[in-house]
Design a protein. Structure first.
Length: 153
């Protein structure tokens, strides 16, 4: 019996806040072969870290099946959270090494559940440094900020 090959996808994600906390946006650019998808959104009152996480959550939520993913982010918070800090948080009942509750725990838990469905290779890229995928995700995140600014409370 032959194993079904998982689709391979590249995701570039970014978050933005004009004031932190304040109006923010998230953006993700997904590429699978010749196919591309742009996602973005925003919130009136959020933080940059929440938008960075939301970009990844929304990108992964948009996938219809388990995939092999190359995920690029300029957020060390998201990258280190997923690749370094998560096991300790879980072991300590979602507490930091200092015993404090993990900030954004609901987003972390949702992100962890989505990541468990896929094979993800995490990559950090320097933001605002001319990296095509990161620049595209940044543009989408800023569209999300503009959308948030147009929302009524």
């Amino acid at each position: 019996m032959t194993a079904i090959k998982k689709p391979e996808i590249t995701i570039y994600s970014d978050g933005a806040c004009k004031v932190n906390p304040g109006p923010g946006g998230w953006g993700a650019w997904l590429i699978a072969g010749e196919h591309q998808k742009e996602l973005f959104g925003g919130r009136r009152n959020t933080t940059n870290n929440q938008m960075e996480m939301t970009a990844v959550i929304e990108a992964l939520s948009s996938l219809k099946r388990s995939c092999r993913i190359q995920l690029y982010t300029d957020s060390e918070y998201v990258l280190k959270g997923m690749t370094e800090w998560m096991p300790g948080w879980v072991r300590r009942g979602w507490r930091t090494a200092a015993g404090q509750p993990v900030k954004n725990v609901e987003l972390w838990q949702r992100l962890a559940a989505l990541c468990a469905l896929h094979e993800i290779n995490w990559h950090w890229v320097k933001g605002h440094a001319g990296h095509e995928g990161n620049e595209k995700a940044d543009q989408l995140a800023n569209r999300g900020v503009e959308m948030a600014l147009q929302q009524r409370d």
